[in-house]
Design a protein around this ligand. Structure first.
Ligand code: USQ
Length: 382
């Protein structure tokens, strides 16, 4: 398939590009290096240095014999987006090109505005570029479980049937996010749903939970092909942060009571899910929604698991509750459906002690790169 990956330099974008190219797809990966820019601005550089897209593509070709074509530009600029779609005529677009950090989006006006303009601008441009130049193309959009928030009822996969005054209808599941970033994802879904209804687009919206991991089949081919592994408070997701904290001998930073429950997945499963969605496209005029995670944990569950993985390496890992910089429920009901991707054939990589132990070993080998100043939260929600 001809596949266009927007946000092809990111934590998930680059591993996806390699995985699809290795399977024989014709992959073009586009990115404007926004994450690199924000990492520099906020002093949030990743644990392992990340070569440029052109260097990564060259390294990958040498290591695997497969090719990823790369393009550097801004998808929020319609001229660039139209060029990408006209040039590549994709059969599938994987859309990761968003500012993905909840804390960054809550820093202040400038950061909130950038997040809003970038995320909605890119999705809007993609809709129009596809309508004009590749109307049959399947858009696979990365959404987030955070769109649903933490309601006191079961979370369904995207849709909810409502009975009201004796009549029934089906609507998008109610969404109420806890950051401006997550709110832009809700708005993305609404935009896509509008153009699916009115213009017959075919879209899959993947509601993904927090991802962990730095090993994929292709990333493991060469140390410099590793994903963008952040452990700071802006871009680091909680499991990756805790592993680095364990390696650094710093107490794990549990925000508040630690009862915040989410659905998590291994980066290897992100790659599987995207490919499964791509290989069985949504119909024209269909917005298909999957909840993309494999296991639910509270923050305290995660801390305990990482303590146990630490013991494998003779590390005495401490856990410390610190005041929660976010506004979020710290104890709540959470039960989210997630059978759609399993039905398509997803074979989960679960968070076993061995998986965490291997990650910790890799982090320990790079322990001298850890900058302890990046660990404590710097952004408060208000
Ligand atoms: N947390 C801690 N301690 C930490 C870091 C986080 O207790 O040191 C807590 C947070 O308060 C939150 C949970 O762990 O309750 C998850 O936080 P996170 O930073 O791993 O994830 P989040 O900010 O929600 O965002 C990440 C990605 C985002 C993606 C989202 C999926 O950055 O792009 O959309 O995970 S979800 O959380 O399901 O919305």
């Amino acid at each position: 398939m001809r596949v266009l990956i927007l946000g092809g330099d990111g934590y998930l974008g680059w591993p996806t590009a390699m995985a699809l190219a290795a399977k024989g797809h014709d992959v073009l990966a586009a990115d404007n290096y926004l994450r690199r820019t924000i990492c520099l601005e906020t002093d949030s550089e990743p644990l392992l240095p990340v070569p440029t897209l052109a260097e990564r593509a060259e390294l990958f070709q040498e290591a695997s014999g497969s090719q990823v074509r790369v393009a550097v530009g801004d998808c929020a600029d319609m001229r660039f987006m139209e060029w990408l779609v006209e040039e590549h005529r994709p059969e599938a677009v994987i859309h990761y090109a968003e500012q993905p950090s909840a804390p960054y989006s809550m820093m202040g006006f400038e950061q909130a505005k950038l997040t809003l303009d970038n995320n909605l601008g890119t999705t809007f441009n993609l809709v129009w570029a596809v309508l004009r130049h590749a109307p049959d193309c399947h858009i696979v959009k990365l959404g987030t479980m955070g769109e649903y928030g933490t309601p006191d009822i079961d979370i369904e996969e995207g849709w909810l049937e409502i009975e009201h005054k004796g009549r029934r209808d089906t609507f998008l599941y109610p969404r109420q996010a806890a950051s401006l970033y997550h709110t832009t994802k809700i708005q993305d879904t609404d935009l896509l749903w509008f153009y699916v209804r009115t213009h017959g687009l075919r879209v899959t919206d993947l509601m993904q939970g927090p991802v962990y991991g730095l090993s994929t089949d292709e990333a493991d081919l060469h140390p410099r092909l590793a994903p963008y592994f952040n452990y700071d408070d802006i871009f680091g997701t909680v499991v990756n942060r805790f592993l680095v904290q364990a390696a650094a001998g710093v107490p794990l930073t549990v925000y508040g009571k630690g009862g915040q429950e989410r659905g998590y997945l291994n980066i290897k499963d992100t790659l599987q899910c995207v490919e499964l969605a791509m290989n069985s496209p949504a119909d024209k005029g269909e917005l298909r929604i999957f909840n993309q995670f494999t296991e639910q944990f509270t923050v305290l569950d995660l801390a305990e698991r990482i303590q146990a993985a630490g013991r494998l390496h003779s590390l005495d890992v401490a856990v410390k509750s610190i005041p929660n910089p976010r506004k979020e429920a710290e104890e709540h009901y959470y039960n989210a459906a997630h059978s759609g991707l399993l039905d398509l054939g997803l074979k989960p990589h679960y968070m076993t002690e061995d998986v965490l132990g291997e990650m910790l070993e890799r982090v320990l080998r790079n322990r001298d790169r850890i900058d302890n100043r990046k660990i404590l939260p710097r952004v408060k929600w208000s």
